[in-house]
Design a protein around this ligand. Structure first.
Ligand SMILES: Nc1ncnc2c1ncn2[C@@H]1O[C@H](COP(=O)(O)OP(=O)(O)OP(=O)(O)O)[C@@H](O)[C@H]1O
Length: 486
């Protein structure tokens, strides 16, 4: 699927379109403030990733850093093994440290993925800012379902990002292996739940991801996911959490849409971030079950997803972040991106709907014969349509599928103001009946649907260093289930 890009978000000569009300510096801009690029060595950045602090990969890099002259990790510390893939910005290589680590991982070797970007070439194509934004975002991340940036440094005119290596490929490839080239509803729920948590964290950091698609969802060694590729992401420097208190029982409080689940108008909420306490103002309501075919979330102003009885909820969502850039992948573009009316974090909830649809049905919901037709289908008033539930489905399967359809229809609401997640963020999505039974705090401990088969360890002596020609060769997956590294 070809990505569509417009550089206007990254044009530094233009004043930012993301100035929010009552602006203060966000967490992410504070974290990224030490991002001046130094020539040659490692760029100073915070080496503090509590989620990964005990991982062998992290410890090995820390040891190299401690022993290195000037305390910097550089290209000389790594041996490139193979090219894993390439994208618009650069190549990504499988690599390992030249010095064997003292504590190898359980599979015996410590691998990393190194994204190498040719800064001169990007400057020529006026895409350098995109690479810088991606690096700033990666530096700030510390979440189980997002990449860990172990090191970043420059070598000549190359900028290198050393990240966690995902040996399980991506969900696009994984879907091709499934019966009927589609995931079971249970697997789709697992991947969707992890994606929701990753998006939730990104939004809290003031990042709108904008490029969710199965190709960008990588599978870690343990079978859990990692969202990758942040060069289309929108970083909102002025997003700050704001606490709005909702008096008990006051359903006409500061933001009525918070208590009613959805805003009933198409006007997006104006607060830069909504951080609100639901002080006992909770309602329980069953999700109405659509009878297959079309579910029109835009017309369904009064139906709501199921509410849990959580006494309090903190919501942080960059709802007022606005961009007019035309970025994304055709089949995944949200209507407001195509129409150029300005878009914000709601685009991620739209793409979650497309992503779920593709996982469950093996194709995207608005695909036309041409890109133009696809875009026309997306912006048309016609609501998303679903294949009928097969007559052979059991009662339980039917109910599960209908719940999935209901969630997708709400995420694929064409009007961003009515889209699930567009008002108070991830909480709205997490409370939907499709995710009933998901223990959000423990998702990362759940056994994933598939765990990549570990590659056979290769003796270090047999591991040859790549020649220049080999490094350029496309990466080949040798076997359906595992990577052959050499
Ligand atoms: N951490 C990783 N582990 C394994 N493979 C990876 C990793 N990161 C990237 N890749 C592979 O490298 C490819 C290119 O990476 P990436 O998408 O980040 O580059 P890009 O230049 O930003 O691409 P795009 O054109 O999609 O923006 C991916 O499709 C994926 O196959």
């Amino acid at each position: 699927m070809a990505a569509v890009r417009d550089e206007s978000d990254y044009d530094s000569s233009r004043p930012s379109s993301l100035t929010a009300l009552g602006s203060r510096r966000s967490w992410i801009s504070d974290i990224g403030s030490s991002s001046s690029v130094s020539g040659g060595g490692e760029t100073p950045c915070r080496h503090n990733k509590p989620h990964k602090a005990n991982h062998a990969e992290w410890e090995a890099i820390a040891r190299v850093r401690a022993a290195a002259a000037g305390g910097s990790v550089g290209l000389d510390h790594f041996r490139l093994v193979r090219r894993l893939g390439s994208g618009d910005l650069g190549n990504v290589y499988l690599c390992e440290l030249r010095e064997p680590p003292h504590r190898p991982s359980s599979s015996g070797r410590l691998y990393y993925a190194m994204k190498v970007v040719d800064k001169d070439a990007l400057a020529f194509r006026k895409k350098l800012r995109r690479a810088e934004v991606e690096r700033e975002i990666l530096r700030a991340l510390d979440h189980p379902f997002l990449p860990t940036l172990y090191a970043d440094f420059e070598a000549s005119h190359y900028a290198c990002l050393v990240m966690e290596f995902c040996p399980g490929g991506d969900l696009h490839v994984a879907r091709q292996r499934q019966p009927g080239r589609r995931f079971s509803v249970a697997s789709a729920r697992f991947y969707a739940a992890e994606t929701v948590l990753a998006l939730e964290y990104l939004h809290m950091m003031g990042v709108v991801y904008r490029d969710l698609k199965p190709e960008n969802v990588l599978v870690r060694a343990d079978g859990h996911i990692m969202l990758s590729d942040f060069d289309l992401s929108l970083k909102c420097d002025d997003v700050v959490p704001k606490l709005l208190r909702q008096p008990r029982g006051d359903s006409d409080g500061a933001n009525p849409s918070l208590t009613h689940g959805h805003s009933s108008s198409c006007v997006p909420p104006i607060q830069p971030v909504l951080s609100c306490l639901f002080n006992g103002v909770t309602r329980k309501r069953q999700v109405p079950m659509p009878d297959a075919a079309a579910v029109d979330a835009d017309a369904d102003e009064h139906s709501e997803p199921e509410q849990t009885s959580d006494p309090a909820e903190v919501v942080v969502e960059p709802v007022a972040a606005r961009s007019r850039s035309f970025v994304g992948t055709h089949e995944y573009l949200a209507p407001e991106v195509i129409s150029g009316q300005g878009h914000g974090s709601a685009v991620d909830w739209w793409t979650l709907g497309v992503f779920m649809y593709e996982m469950v049905y093996g194709q995207t919901p608005f695909k036309g014969a041409t890109n133009e037709e696809t875009l026309a289908n997306i912006v048309s008033k016609r609501p998303v349509a679903f294949p009928r539930v097969p007559a052979s489905a059991s009662c339980g399967e039917r109910e599960e599928l209908l719940r999935a359809q209901d969630l997708m229809a709400r995420l694929l609401a064409k009007c961003p103001g009515k889209r699930l997640g567009s008002c108070t963020g991830s909480g709205e999505v997490k409370r939907h009946a499709f995710f009933r039974g998901v223990n959000w705090a423990l998702v990362r401990s759940v056994r994933p649907p598939e765990v990549p088969v570990p590659a056979a360890p290769v003796a270090r002596s047999k591991a040859k260093t790549m020649s220049r020609k080999e490094r350029r060769e496309p990466y080949k997956q040798q076997h359906e289930d595992h990577f052959d590294y050499f």
